[in-house]
Design a protein around this ligand. Sequence first.
Ligand code: MF3
Ligand code: CO
Ligand code: CO
Length: 317
Amino acid sequence: CFEHSFLWRRRKLRIGAILLKELIRYMNRNDLCWCGSGRKYKKCHQDYDEHLREMKFDFTKGQIRPMKKLINNPKDIEAVRAAGVVNDGALDLMDEMVQPGVDTLTLDNAVAKFLESKGAVSADLGFEGYPRYTCISVNDVVCHGIPSKDTILKEGDIVNVDITTKYKGYYADASRMYIVGGHAAENAERLVRVTRECMKLGIEAAKPWHFLGDIGAACGKHAHDNGYSVVTDLGGHGVGKEFHSEPFIPHTGTPGTGMLLVPGMIITVEPMINEGTHRVTTDKKDGWTVRTKDKKLSAQWENTILIPETGNEILSS
Ligand code: MF3
Ligand code: CO
Ligand code: CO
């Protein structure tokens, strides 16, 4: 997940430059397409551009068209798919290793070894100074839990393992929740289940020519209907050629608002759902660990998805 304000600051800085670039890019039918597919413009994104040009965007709803750099070509998509396969393999390893008595540093090291064996690396390590290979977040930790020898999992804990693989220059990002030992208190098990449903509903809403707000609305409604709150300080993000890119993906919101979703976009859907308040705090000492303000439970599931011509496709889960 990513901080809302950070992307927004960066966006404001870039917006002028991007607008200019998009305006002056004039394409001839027989030019090579701007998406880098190697195909002629007329056989590739010309119809897409014309469709976008005809679309009316309602700025009062925050509707904006996605910048061209957020559109992945078939080669990019194939590369993220491959990163997703490695990432899923690392998460599958966690399915076996998350057990009562294991410490989270052991899990982190196992992921590091697995990624290395596949010729991949962790995107987390060194990201803005992050010290480990994965994020492992237990109970009231919302996200960015730093693996440690001192964090020993016990029966009934709920834990999120979040892994981002960088493979041949491309990123795939996903996380799964575990109920340690297979059983937890009823409220904890319900939170884990409902949070997964929120992610699934958000993914279902992420169709081409729909809007970003549709994802948040679907996630958020299910959370709120179940008496939970949705973390808004952090959210999903574009992913693929970069670890975190625009757009910021909120997990609550209003249908028909925000950026248009179009074929070729790759994003994460990663709702963080809380039992109590949606408010979170970041650990002052380590600068990373995000916890619920009221110390109640939080859960998160994350998939990387592609927006294709119809529906969507899960690239890492
Ligand atoms: N994987 C997280 C996400 O879903 C980001 C972790 S960044 C780290 O976006 F530095 F904390 F590892
Ligand atoms: Co993410
Ligand atoms: Co992640």
